[in-house]
Design a protein around this ligand. Structure first.
Ligand code: NAD
Length: 729
C-alpha cells in the first residue's frame, strides 16, 4: 500500500488519490513525495492521459508535512540534508507546475488540478498551489492555510514564494506571518484557491479536460511578470517591505528566527527569477531548521503536545469517556467548564447554591455560544443543541448518573468538603470526583471523600474556553482509573493535559508566581517599569509581569499571598513583594477589572500605559540594571522553579513541563519551554548565571542540586529525562 495511487479513465483523466494507510489525516513523507513524483512522471508520459486531478481519499486533503520527518532530516543529514530534502520537494512541485510544457513556448503541458474535500494545511496547500487550478468543497469546517510559523518554521516547499507572487507581499503577509487559516469561501475570497464547489473532483475533471495552454502558465512563468503590489524597489513595494519588517519586529521582538527568515526569503526572493527564489527560500528554511529554537518549538508545540493529547502518560484502564458531567459551582470557572464540555457533546448538570447563580452560569455559556454564532463559527441549531445539554439547578439529586464531577465552588476547604459529601451521596459508586482548586492540597480535600482513590485535581485556567492547558493533579491516594478518567475527559474537550503530583501551586502557578514576584521586586528596587515590561517581552514572554498581575487582578495576588504566608509561617520569603501588592490594593488599584492597576486604562478598559505614580511610590534608582540582568532575573525565576518541580517529583515528565509552560502561562514559546531553554544554554552556563544572580539577589536563584549535577556531568534535560528517547533505547 502506498500513500498515493492513480486511476486513469476512458476520458483521459488520471486521478491521483492521496490516502496514507493507517492514518486519519494525510501527511507527507519523503517516500510519499517520491511515489507522487513517479505517478506524475507516468501520467505526463502517457499519451492517453489528457489531464491530472490530485485529490484525497480522506475527508480532508492533508495536514501538512510529517514534522517528525523534518526533525529526522536534520538529525540525519545536517544542514545539507535539510537543503537537499527541501530542494527535492521544490523539484517535484515545479515538475507539477510546468507539467511537461516547453519552457520556451510554454505550450504542450498537461493540465493538473487539485480537488480538496476538506482541510489543506502546510504542504497540503503548497502542493495545490503548484497545480494549475484549485477546487475546494464547500465545507465550512475545512481550514485552508499555512500554519508553519506557529511551530517555529515557515512554508518552505514553495508556499512562501508562490503565495507572495500570487497575492503580493501585503496580502500574503497575514497568511504567512500569522499562519492565518481560512474556510474555503474565505480562502477563495483571499485569492488562495480558485473555486468552491459541491463536488471538487468532478469540477476538477471537467476543468482539466477543457483547459488550454494559456490556463497552465503561472503568472510568474509568463513574460513580463510583475509582482502584485510592486517589487521591493518600487515605491509601493518599498513601503510594504519596510512596514512588514517593522511589524514583524514589533510583534516578535526579534526572538522568532522563523519570522525574520521568512521576511528575508520574501524580500530576497522578490528580487530574482522564480527558480532562484525557490533556492533562496530553501536556504532560509534550512537556516531556520538548523536553529535550535525551531527544533524545540516543533518538539514541544507539535510532537510532544500531540503525544500528551493522545495519552502518552495515561495509565492502562478501560475507556473512561465521560457521558454525564456534574459541575459544582456555576461561577466564572464552573460556567466555563460547563460550556466547553457541552460543546464537546457531554451532558452537563450545573449546580450552584441558588437558582439565580446556576442560571447565571448557564447564561454565561449562552453568551459565549452567541458570540460563536455571530462570528459564523457555529449555527443557531448547534447552539441550541449545546445549550440543551446544560441543566442549571440547585438540586443535587440531578447529579444521579454522573460519571464525573468537577467541583468549582469557592476556594474554601469547608465549602468544598460540604459539596463533596453532598455529591458523593448521589453519584454512582464508580464515579470520579475532581476539584478545580488552584491552591488547596488535593490530599487534604480528598479527606472529605469516601473514595479518595477516585478523587483527583482537574485544574483549568481562566478563561476556560481560551486556555488550552489542563493540569491534572494526583493526590497521594489518587488511583489510576481517576487519572485515566481525567485524561479521557480532557481529550473529549480537546485540550492538552499534563499530569503532576500534589504540591503547593502544582506546576504552572508554582512557576508563574516567581515571575510575577520578580517583576514586582524589580519595581520596588527602583527599576524603570518600562524596562521591566520590555525586558520580558524581548525575551518572548507574551505579557510583562506587571501587566500579568493586572490581568489576573491584584486582589487575587493579595489573597494568595495571605494564604501562602499563613501556610508557610517562618519560611515565607515574599514580604517585599507583598508590600507592593498590599499598597496597590489599598489604593484601590486592583488591576484591569478595576480599570486601574500598574497600568492606566480608559473607560472601555483599553490599556493606555504604565501608571505615572509608580515612580512616586517606588522612586527610580539612579542606576538602572542592564537589560540582560533584568531578563535573566525574570527568566531564571521561572526556569529554576520548573527544575525544582522536576527535582521534587511534582513533574514526572519534562515534556509536560515544557508543553505546560508554553500553554499554561506563555513561557517564551520560541524556547520550546523552560527545559528546552536551559538545554539550549547548557547546564554549566545556567549554573554560572544562577550562581551570580544568587550572589547579587538572594537564595531564590541558587541553582538546584539537579542542575549542578547535570552541569558537572555535561548533561541536558532531554538527554537525561526524555521518556521517548529512553523508551526507544
Ligand atoms: P467564583 O466565585 O466565580 O465561583 C464560585 C461559585 O461557586 C459561585 O457561583 C458560588 O455561588 C458557587 N458556590 C459557592 N458555594 C457553593 C455551594 N455550597 N454549592 C454550590 N455552589 C456554591 O469562583 P471561580 O473563580 O469560578 O473559582 C472556582 C474555583 O476554581 C476555585 O476553587 C478556584 O480556586 C478555582 N480556580 C479559579 C481560577 C480563576 O482564574 N478564577 C483558575 C483556576 C481554578
Amino acid at each position: 500500500m502506498t500513500d498515493f495511487t492513480m486511476q486513469k479513465d476512458a476520458d483521459g483523466v488520471a486521478v491521483i488519490t492521496w490516502d496514507v494507510p493507517g492514518k486519519s489525516m494525510n501527511v507527507l513523507s519523503m517516500d510519499g513525495a517520491a511515489t507522487l513524483g513517479g505517478l506524475i512522471d507516468e501520467a505526463l508520459a502517457d499519451e492517453a492521459v489528457k489531464g491530472i486531478v490530485i485529490t484525497s481519499g480522506k475527508k480532508d486533503f492533508a495536514a501538512g508535512m510529517d514534522l517528525n520527518v523534518i526533525a529526522g532530516m536534520k538529525d540525519a543529514g545536517g544542514a545539507q540534508g535539510v537543503f537537499d530534502g527541501v530542494m527535492s520537494l521544490h523539484h517535484l512541485l515545479r515538475k507539477i507546475e510546468r507539467a511537461g510544457m516547453d519552457p520556451k513556448t510554454l505550450k504542450g503541458g498537461k493540465p493538473i488540478a487539485s480537488a480538496l474535500p476538506g482541510s489543506a494545511l502546510g504542504i497540503g496547500l503548497e502542493l495545490p498551489l503548484a497545480t494549475h487550478r484549485i477546487f475546494a468543497a464547500d465545507n465550512p469546517r475545512a481550514k485552508i492555510g499555512l500554519p508553519e510559523i506557529m511551530v517555529g518554521i515557515f512554508p518552505g516547499a514553495g508556499g512562501t514564494t508562490r503565495l507572495v507572487r500570487k497575492l503580493g507581499a501585503m496580502m500574503a503577509a497575514p497568511l504567512l506571518l500569522e499562519g492565518k487559516l481560512n474556510d474555503p469561501q474565505k480562502a477563495r475570497a483571499a485569492g488562495v484557491i480558485d473555486e468552491v464547489v459541491d463536488d471538487p473532483v468532478a469540477a476538477a475533471r471537467d476543468w482539466v479536460l477543457k483547459a488550454t495552454d494559456a490556463d497552465l502558465v503561472k503568472p510568474w512563468d509568463a513574460k513580463g511578470f510583475k509582482m502584485p503590489g510592486g517589487a521591493p524597489y518600487s515605491p509601493h513595494g518599498f513601503m510594504t517591505m519596510v512596514g512588514a519588517s517593522a511589524m514583524v519586529h514589533g510583534k516578535t521582538m526579534g526572538v522568532y528566527p522563523a519570522a525574520r527568515a521568512l521576511l528575508s526569503a520574501v524580500y530576497e526572493g522578490a528580487l530574482v527569477p522564480f527558480d532562484t527564489a525557490l533556492r533562496i527560500e530553501a536556504r532560509w528554511f534550512t537556516h531556520v531548521l538548523m536553529n535550535p529554537s525551531s527544533g524545540n518549538m516543533i518538539r514541544s508545540l507539535f510532537i510532544n503536545k500531540e503525544a500528551l493529547e493522545k495519552g502518552a502518560n495515561r495509565p492502562a484502564a478501560p475507556d473512561q469517556t465521560v457521558r454525564k458531567l456534574g459541575v459544582l459551582g456555576a461561577g466564572m470557572m464552573g460556567a466555563g467548564i460547563a460550556h466547553v464540555s457541552a460543546k464537546a457533546g457531554i451532558e452537563v448538570v450545573l449546580i450552584d447554591a441558588t437558582r439565580a447563580a446556576a442560571d447565571k452560569g448557564k447564561a454565561h455559556a449562552e453568551a459565549l455560544l452567541d458570540k460563536a454564532v455571530s462570528r459564523k463559527k457555529m449555527t443557531a441549531e448547534t447552539k441550541a443543541e449545546v445549550l440543551g445539554r446544560i441543566t442549571a439547578t440547585t438540586d443535587y439529586a440531578a447529579l444521579a448518573g454522573c460519571d464525573l464531577i468537577v467541583e468549582a465552588v469557592f476556594e474554601d476547604m469547608g465549602v468544598k468538603a460540604d459539596v463533596t459529601r453532598r455529591a458523593e451521596a448521589v453519584i454512582p459508586q464508580d464515579a470520579i470526583f475532581a476539584t478545580n482548586t488552584s491552591t488547596l492540597p488535593i490530599g487534604e480535600l480528598a479527606k472529605a471523600s469516601a473514595r479518595p482513590d477516585q478523587f483527583i485535581g482537574i485544574h483549568f485556567f481562566s478563561p476556560v474556553d481560551k486556555m488550552m492547558l489542563v493540569e491534572i493533579i494526583k493526590g497521594a491516594q489518587t488511583g489510576d482509573r481517576a487519572v485515566a478518567k481525567a485524561l479521557d475527559f480532557v481529550r473529549q474537550i480537546r485540550k492538552t493535559p499534563i499530569v503532576v503530583n500534589d504540591a503547593r501551586f502544582f506546576y504552572a502557578n508554582r512557576c508563574i508566581i516567581p515571575y510575577i514576584n520578580e517583576g514586582i521586586r524589580l519595581l520596588r528596587e527602583g527599576t524603570n517599569p518600562t524596562l521591566i515590561e520590555n525586558a520580558a517581552k524581548m525575551m518572548g514572554m507574551p505579557l510583562g509581569p506587571l501587566q500579568l498581575v493586572d490581568e489576573t487582578s491584584i486582589d487575587l495576588g493579595v489573597k494568595i499571598a495571605k494564604a501562602t504566608r499563613a501556610a508557610m509561617g517562618a519560611d515565607y520569603a515574599d514580604d517585599d513583594v507583598d508590600e507592593v501588592l498590599f499598597r496597590m490594593a489599598d489604593a484601590g488599584r486592583l488591576g484591569k477589572k478595576a480599570n486601574a492597576g500598574f497600568y492606566v486604562y480608559d473607560d472601555a478598559g483599553k490599556r493606555l500605559g504604565l501608571w505615572a505614580e509608580l515612580g512616586t511610590h517606588w522612586p527610580r534608582a539612579d542606576e538602572q540594571p542592564e537589560l540582560t540582568e533584568v531578563q535573566h532575573r525574570l527568566m531564571f525565576a521561572q526556569a529554576l522553579e520548573a527544575v525544582r518541580a522536576l527535582e521534587a517529583g511534582v513533574l514526572e515528565d519534562i515534556r509536560e513541563g515544557d508543553v505546560g509552560a508554553i500553554l499554561g502561562w506563555g513561557f517564551a514559546p520560541w524556547t520550546g519551554g523552560p527545559f528546552g531553554w536551559l538545554d539550549m544554554m547548557g547546564a554549566a552556563r545556567a549554573v554560572e548565571i544562577a550562581d551570580a544572580l544568587a550572589a547579587r539577589h538572594g537564595r531564590r536563584f541558587a541553582p538546584p542540586a539537579l542542575l549542578r549535577d547535570m552541569a558537572a556531568k555535561g548533561q541536558t534535560f532531554y538527554g537525561r529525562f526524555d521518556r521517548t528517547a529512553r523508551e526507544a533505547a
